[in-house]
Write a protein that binds this ligand. Sequence first.
Ligand code: GLN
Length: 485
Amino acid sequence: MDEILTCSVKDLRTKICAGEVKSVDAVKACYKRIKEVEPKVKAFLKLNEEQALKHAAASDEKIRSGQKCGVLEGVPIAIKDNIMIKGESMTSASKYLENYVSPYDATVIERLKSAGAVFIGRTNMDEFAMGGSTETSAYQQTANPWDITKIPGGSSGGSAAAVSSAMAPFALGSDTGGSIRQPAGFTGIVGYKPSYGLISRYGVCALASSFDQIGSFSKNVYDTALLVSVIAGKDYRDPVCEPTEQTDYTEGFDNSGVFKKLKIGIPKELSNYSSDGEILKSFDNAVRNLQLEGAEIVEVSAPSYKYVPALYKVIMCAEVSANIATFDGIRYGYRSPNGISLNDEYAKSRGESLGYEVKKRILFGTYVLGAKNYHRCYHQAQRVRTLLINDLNKAFSECDFIFSPSTLQMPVKFGEELPEECDIFLIAANLGGFPGITVPCGFTKNRMPMGVHFMGKRFSDAKLFQAAHAFEKISGFDMSQYPKI
Ligand code: GLN
């Protein structure tokens, strides 16, 4: 494979800035790879080669003429199709937004532009990020590059597949209930969701506003930290974005002996769930490796883990029904030509353009918010959410990180379902606003990658990167391997 494609973002940007590699060549290498594997993987909804090459040439010219390089100058990146780029289409993989053009840049896009990154294409996803397989996309099914008969996970399956098959060095996704970390685990790459409020949500198409966060996919933890250093930090346009200063998250990465100072909590509840045998075996191995590195392993408990699937469903759907209410066919998006009255037009515009999963969630969300059900469903779920947060905060008083397998099951074939508890250790992070990162840890006998998940206290993201980076070094997972497609 072309050396440019196997290069880390860290090295690629150094080489581009030193003039050793041309940004144009990096972009061309990505598109060459895309032409080879995309017909089978189908990770992208839209590619913009011409525009990307133009931006890359501008970066090269900037460097040639001795101007100051941005942190990600000339480096190609793929963007999930629910994040706005001014003047470009954004579909959220829905027919409803088929002809929608973003009127402004999301904050993360604005920051990536000023850092000099080059956008190479928009990645496929579940419709409005509702799903865990990328199968609910209204446009196409994305395949897992390690086994194209299987799902890549979701909802950010396109971004995960693009990075794991070396079509893009890194990518942005969004994570409401594991949508970055689950597909990252399924495709053998690093997936990160920040603490709630660390990265602005301004310009991301909302799913469930109290959980949504933008995050990243990359081939290693350093590259994630580099990207987060560019996109994180206060933004007055997202009212829940915390007033954190822009920070260099790559600092302090070379310290050895990281685990000697850390207590790693293993959830007692892990044993309550049926889990894939190979996943458990590789997880045990990862725990042993941490122990050998000097980490203190402690058992922690959060009895409310058992409520996670129900809790998530009630609150997420309630927020979906409120957010998707703006999609009425009047303000923007698809408008049915068949409406014979205002109400009929609302109904037909939504009915004709939204997929089954989206309709199901709107209906359930509207039900739990209804006057008769609000107290016993929605309000009760919010109370149990507090219970879970208290449980997890108590666990965090006994350890630095909660460590678990990324998912409890391996990716399935298209059309098959994953059990609803598959992602509970990931979703718990969204429910509590905690940061989480998935790091690959090994392969099954059938050469499918597996991952582990570190979850930290709120706003311990910098420390989380250091632990994940140190784990990466001892995991035994060879990142230079790529799927044969
Ligand atoms: N699988 C979850 C869901 O379908 C995750 C969604 C997400 O994180 N966007 O709701």
